[in-house]
Write a protein that binds this ligand. Sequence first.
Ligand code: NAD
Length: 251
Amino acid sequence: SETSVSEVARWFAEAEAAVVLTGAGISTESGIPDFRGPQGVWTKNPAAQFMFTYDNYVAEPEIRRKAWAARLASPVWTAEPNAGHRALVDYERTGRLRAVLTQNIDGLHQAAGSAANRVVELHGTAREVVCLSCGDRNPMPEVLPRIEAGEDDPACLECGGILKSATISFGQSLEPDVIEAAVAATRGADLFAAVGTSLGVYPAAGLCDYAVARGIRLVIVNAEPTPYDEDADAVLREPIGEVLPRLVAGA
Ligand code: NAD
């Protein structure tokens, strides 16, 4: 659409219950590659998706070894929040931001200062580890040193079960209470902004359908086209770290 940044900034300033859905694109400026962008992990190596499929992870020790090696080498552990994450913290302080619904697993919204109870992690978090047998949950920093020390497929210290990062892989369902929190936040929102997401993964992308069906103003901030662009009241194809601070500046 032809709607300008300044007009969308006015919508942000008027909103009383805004909801922002974020995707991997808000963290690329922190050095974490997205999946489907031009420099994306899957764009460069489509086979990487195999590793993120739940049944493969459970069935094949070799997949787990690769997944743990990739986890140890992940840029997430050293990444710092960027201007996009910080803009949402500033926006939260105005009292107009009801929730950040994130598909990201990197924890950078909380690292930037977003209140933990306003961030809904739709796809879980890479900062925790869960046992697939007994459900024991622990901080990732308790497991990564074991990988560094040479364990390539660490087992649960409670029961010997398979450990996995507390993230949602393909073939895994989202946590019901997490979906419910996302829908509850969107219900009654007066602005829904999708930022840095290709809107190709469900049910996260379906939140846009929900917003449109309820007549909530929809804004998309993404470098590339998305399937929801034609439903949106405004589409801004600009670098997130530049445009988000402008969008919240007047709020
Ligand atoms: P995606 O890779 O499918 O889409 C990201 C979109 O962001 C792309 O369309 C890209 O053009 C856009 N983009 C990238 N950098 C941008 C920038 N600086 N300014 C504007 N636009 C930018 O990501 P998705 O929709 O979030 O889906 C990917 C899935 O992968 C999610 O489920 C998520 O859990 C996971 N993932 C998470 C991380 C993370 O936690 N940081 C990283 C990669 C993938």
